[in-house]
Design a protein around this ligand. Structure first.
Ligand SMILES: O=C(O)/C=C/C(=O)CC(=O)CC(=O)O
Ligand SMILES: [Ca+2]
Ligand SMILES: [Mg+2]
Length: 405
C-alpha cells in the first residue's frame, strides 16, 4: 500500500501492486465489477460512469458489465490498459478527490461469483499429494501410476457447482462401503474433506482444433484464485474406478472472490521443478511455477501451510495439455492445480493426508479433534505471494461452513 494515497491500518495484501478483480454488490446498485485496494472496493462500473476510464477501452460496456465475463474475453491488451489506468487512479494523489467518493469498504459489499464459470478442470499436479493418495487408496500398488510423470493428470469437474466463498456447503449424500467387503449403503458422507488448490481463470477462448502451447499461457489466462475442492472420500473411494471422481467431488467447489491478475504475480515466478523423464515436446516451452504460500484454517486453527512453488506440473503445462487434443477453451474456463501438498506433514492440503485417512486426527484450539469435517465446521483457505520490495500479494480467502441436509 506504500505507493497509494489510500492508507489502511493493517496490510491486506490488496496493495497497488496487486489490484485483484471481483464483482461487488452494495446498497441498491446491481452487481458491478471492482478492484480491491486495501480495505476498499473500487467499483469500476461507477468509475466508468464518472468518466474515469474514458478512452481506455474501445468498449466501455466491459467496465459497466455485471461481472468480469466481458473483461476476461477482452484479452491481454485490455487487461493491461485497465490495470495501468487503475494504477494511476489509485496511485496518484491527484485523483484522490475523484476516486474517494466511489470507494466502498470491503466489509460493506457482498461478492457474487466474479465470472460465469464455463468448464471446470481439476489437475493432480502435486507429486506429494498424488503419492499420499496413492498410498491411502491403493496400498498394494506403487504410489504413482506410470503415466503420472508423463502428463498432468486431470479430470473434468462440474462447473455449475463452483460457488463463491461463503456459500454454505451441504454435506453430500451418496453410496459408500461401511466396511471393506461389506454391501454399499446410501446416506450422508462420513468422510467430508477439503482440498487446498489454486485455480487459473481463462480469458481468451480458442477454436476447436486450436492448441495453446506452453509459451502462450499468458495470452489466454487472466489470473488466479484460491480453490477449495470439497471431497467426500468414502463416496470417492467406492465410485472412482474405472472412470475417476464423480459424485464424491461434484457437489461443491468454492473459489475466492478476488482474481489476482497474472501481472501481479510476476515477482512470484519461480523455476519449475526438474522433470524426469523430460516431457514430450507439447509440454515443453517457457514456463514457470509460482511461489504461493497457502494456509488452511479449520475453525480458527491453522492445520496446514501448503507451498505451491514445488508443484511438479506448472499451470502453463496444464493448459497446454488440456488443449493438446484440440479441445477449445471458453472464456471463464477454470482449471485448478489439484491439491497442493508439500513434503512436510504440516504442508498437506487435505484432511485425508493430514489425518492419514482419519487414523491420526488433528487437534484444534478448542481441544476437539477431527479426522474429517463435522457439521458446523468452517474452513478458511488463505494465500499470498511475494510482491515488490518485500510486500505481499494477497489472495484474500475462500471460506465454507458445513451444513447437514
Ligand atoms: O488418487 C486418487 O484416486 C484420487 C485423488 C484425488 O482425490 C485428487 C484430486 O481430486 C485431484 C487433486 O486435487 O489433486
Ligand atoms: Ca481436487
Ligand atoms: Mg469439487
Amino acid at each position: 500500500m506504500t505507493d497509494s494515497w489510500l492508507t489502511t491500518p493493517e496490510p491486506t495484501g490488496f496493495g497497488l501492486d496487486n489490484l485483484p478483480y471481483g464483482t461487488v454488490v452494495h446498497g441498491d446498485r446491481p452487481p458491478q465489477i471492482a478492484i480491491a485496494i486495501g480495505g476498499h472496493a473500487f467499483p469500476l462500473g461507477a468509475a466508468a460512469e464518472a468518466g474515469l476510464f474514458d478512452g481506455v477501452l474501445p468498449d466501455t460496456g466491459v467496465l459497466t458489465a455485471p461481472n468480469l465475463d466481458r473483461l476476461l474475453a477482452a484479452g491481454p491488451a485490455a487487461w493491461r490498459a485497465v490495470r495501468a489506468r487503475a494504477t494511476e487512479l489509485l496511485g496518484s494523489r491527484s485523483h484522490a478527490e475523484a476516486v474517494r467518493p466511489l470507494l466502498v469498504r470491503l466489509d460493506a459489499v457482498s461478492n457474487p461469483l466474479p465470472f460465469t464459470v464455463a468448464d471446470y478442470v481439476d489437475f493432480y499436479s502435486s507429486r506429494e499429494h498424488a503419492e499420499n493418495l496413492g498410498r491411502i487408496f491403493r496400498p498394494d500398488s506403487a504410489p504413482l501410476l506410470p503415466n503420472w510423470t508423463h502428463l498432468p493428470i486431470g479430470y473434468h469437474g462440474r462447473s455449475g457447482t463452483v460457488v463463491v466463498s461463503g456459500t454454505p456447503i451441504m454435506r453430500p449424500h451418496g453410496q459408500r462401503l461401511p466396511a471393506p467387503g461389506a454391501e454399499p449403503v446410501f446416506g450422508p458422507t462420513t468422510r467430508l474433506d477439503i482440498e487446498a488448490e489454486v485455480g487459473f481463470v481463462v480469458g481468451v477462448p480458442t477454436r476447436m482444433g486450436q492448441t495453446v502451447s506452453v509459451d502462450e499461457f499468458a495470452d489466454h489466462v487472466f489470473g488466479a484464485v484460491l480453490v477449495n475442492d470439497w471431497s467426500a472420500r468414502d463416496i470417492q473411494a467406492w465410485e472412482y474406478q474405472p472412470l475417476g471422481p464423480f459424485l464424491g467431488k461434484s457437489f461443491a467447489t468454492s473459489i475466492s472472490p478476488w482474481i489476482v491478475p497474472l501481472e501481479a504475480l510476476a515477482e512470484a515466478r519461480v523455476a519449475p521443478p526438474r522433470q524426469d523423464p523430460v516431457p514430450l515436446p507439447h509440454l515443453l516451452g517457457d514456463h514457470w511455477g509460482y511461489d504461493l504460500s497457502l494456509r488452511v484454517d479449520l475453525n480458527g486453527t491453522t492445520v496446514s501451510r501448503p507451498p505451491f512453488a514445488g508443484l511438479y506440473w506448472t499451470p502453463a503445462q496444464q493448459l497446454a495439455h488440456m488443449t493438446s487434443n484440440g479441445a477449445s477453451l471458453r472464456t471463464g474456463d477454470l482449471f485448478a492445480s489439484g491439491t497442493v501438498s508439500g513434503p512436510q506433514p504440516g504442508q498437506r492440503g487435505s484432511l485425508i493426508e493430514l489425518t492419514w485417512n482419519g487414523a491420526e486426527p488433528v487437534r484444534l484450539a478448542d481441544g476437539s479433534t477431527r479426522g474429517f469435517l463435522a457439521d458446523g465446521d468452517t474452513v478458511v483457505l488463505g494465500g499470498s505471494a511475494p510482491g515488490r520490495d518485500g510486500t505481499r500479494i494477497g489472495f484474500g480467502a475462500v471460506t465454507g461452513t458445513i451444513h447437514s441436509r
